[in-house]
Write a protein that binds this ligand. Structure first.
Ligand SMILES: Nc1ncnc2c1ncn2[C@@H]1O[C@H](COP(=O)(O)OP(=O)(O)OP(=O)(O)O)[C@@H](O)[C@H]1O
Length: 446
């Protein structure tokens, strides 16, 4: 007899020619479709509760958009994995009974090509379904974001650093009518004031010494018909804010050294982790630009107010690093789970992702535990209570190197009164590299 009724109830997926199965987030099989059992001559009853890897093994390094090549009961096939909030659905796409092995391989390659083409054309990677988290707070934001995505209005994304503002910007672009055009992201911290115009507006051949002889289009021109994402907009100088405002008002750009103005059709999505209104009140941000940007404000909540999202995000990142590091982690231990849920996450999702990455680098078995995370303990959060029991006060080498690098950059800038060219010379690095590091560490330069 085949298992209980729930197990054999057929579920309707778009492609159920070859069957499908489901697992929970620990990779235990929870459902097997009758088509699957028949196709692969396997008993559903025996499969429920088993680890997925005992039924099919696949090389996670060959991940092609969640599509893998595998053998099921000695039959070669292609499977696609859909990750959902509380389960994974494994859809059998095609089996070797129907096509030759070489056809399967060329199918995988064509999927890879499509992915490549999509990336180069759109410069856009994330969609709403990639934004993990279904807490009520996130549901509200996603709902509002998808409503306003289809319009053309300017959007201001606010929220603490690492909450996923850029993810939302990309997803909004992906849902808009501009999705087949470029998504161009500009990190405003990384653009020095003196390069603002050439970066944003572009320049004509010979516009200034050191310019490329063929000229260069600016980011605004590159975003034509698409979306221009202005990250950390609060960091633009007052002067640069004025220049940006003019483009937003006139919807025209002129390259440096050019003589003609070009109409631009772009949607602006700006993001900030600072309180722009306060900056306006203090005279640090232009009021006119603020009101241009403040058409729709989308506030991305910090992770600590949506604790329901922590475990789904954790499993999502474990799965991500399983594929990248070729690991087979399926569990987190209870001490780690307790810590994850009690920690305040000041660095939000970015911090959680880095934390999981650290553990995934060194984990050897199938369970991630707190002692693998090398958490810096402090007296004021729950980790200290839990971690101190496990003597985990180590800091990773990468953290130490980054701290030292940050300190050296701060000192060089102080000694040169903020002159980045001189500071770069002192540090013996290229000035572009200095700008990148300033942006990376989010250093505020006076
Ligand atoms: N809901 C989410 N689901 C999956 N990944 C997420 C989510 N939120 C954030 N991330 C990941 O966390 C990292 C930080 O996200 P992102 O860069 O979008 O944050 P941000 O708010 O723009 O940060 P900043 O203000 O510092 O620029 C990225 O690697 C992103 O992929």
């Amino acid at each position: 007899m085949i298992g209980d009724a729930k197990m054999i109830t057929e579920k309707s997926y778009k492609l159920d020619t070859y069957g499908n199965l489901e697992t929970n987030l620990n990779n235990e099989i929870t459902y097997v479709s009758p088509v699957f059992c028949k196709r692969f001559n396997l008993s559903g009853e025996e499969m429920i509760g088993r680890q997925l890897k005992t039924v099919m093994k696949f090389d996670k390094r060959t991940n092609k958009k969640g599509v893998f090549f595998t053998l099921i009961n000695s039959v070669p096939c292609l499977i696609k994995i859909f990750h959902q909030e509380d389960k994974n659905i494994i859809q059998i796409m095609i089996t070797g009974d129907d096509v030759s092995h070489s056809e399967l391989v060329s199918f995988i390659n064509s999927m890879e090509m499509k992915k490549y083409k999509k990336k180069t054309v759109e410069h856009q990677r994330y969609h709403f379904e990639d934004i993990i988290g279904n807490s009520p707070a996130m549901q509200r934001v996603k709902e509002l974001a998808s409503k306003i995505a289809t319009g053309n209005s300017t959007i201001l994304l606010t929220g603490e650093s690492g909450t996923g503002k850029e993810l939302f910007a990309q997803a909004i672009h992906g849902l808009s009518s501009r999705k087949s055009h470029s998504f161009i992201a500009v990190n405003c911290v990384a653009i020095p004031d003196e390069l603002f115009e050439s970066e944003l507006f572009g320049y004509e051949p010979g516009a200034f010494s050191g310019a490329k002889k063929e000229g260069k289009p600016g980011k605004i021109e590159l975003a034509q018909n698409g979306t221009l994402f202005l990250d950390e907009i609060s960091e633009l100088s007052y002067q640069a804010q004025g220049k940006l405002l003019r483009v937003l008002q006139e919807r025209e750009v002129e390259r440096l050294g050019g003589t003609t103005r070009k109409q631009v059709d772009i949607r602006i999505i700006a993001a900030t982790n600072r309180d722009l209104k306060k900056m306006v009140d203090k005279g640090e941000f232009r009021q006119d630009l603020y009101y241009r940007l403040y058409v729709f404000e989308l506030q991305i909540p910090p992770l600590r107010v949506r604790k329901e999202d922590i475990l789904p995000l954790t499993h999502f990142f474990i799965d991500y690093y399983n594929r990248h590091f070729d690991k087979e982690v399926s569990y987190i231990d209870s001490t780690m789970e307790e810590w994850l849920l009690s920690y305040e996450w000041p660095g939000n999702v970015r911090e959680l992702k880095a934390c999981i990455e650290r553990g995934m680098n060194i984990v050897e078995k199938d369970t991630l535990s707190l002692d693998l995370l090398y958490i810096q303990t402090s007296s004021n959060h729950a980790s200290s209570r839990i971690a101190s029991n496990n003597n985990t006060t180590l800091v990773s080498l990468e953290d130490i190197v980054q701290q030292a690098e940050m300190q050296a950059i701060k000192e060089a800038l102080e000694q040169t009164n903020g002159d980045k060219m001189l500071a770069a010379q002192k540090l013996k690095i290229h000035v572009a590299s200095l700008y990148r590091k300033i942006a990376k560490y989010n250093l505020k330069i006076k």
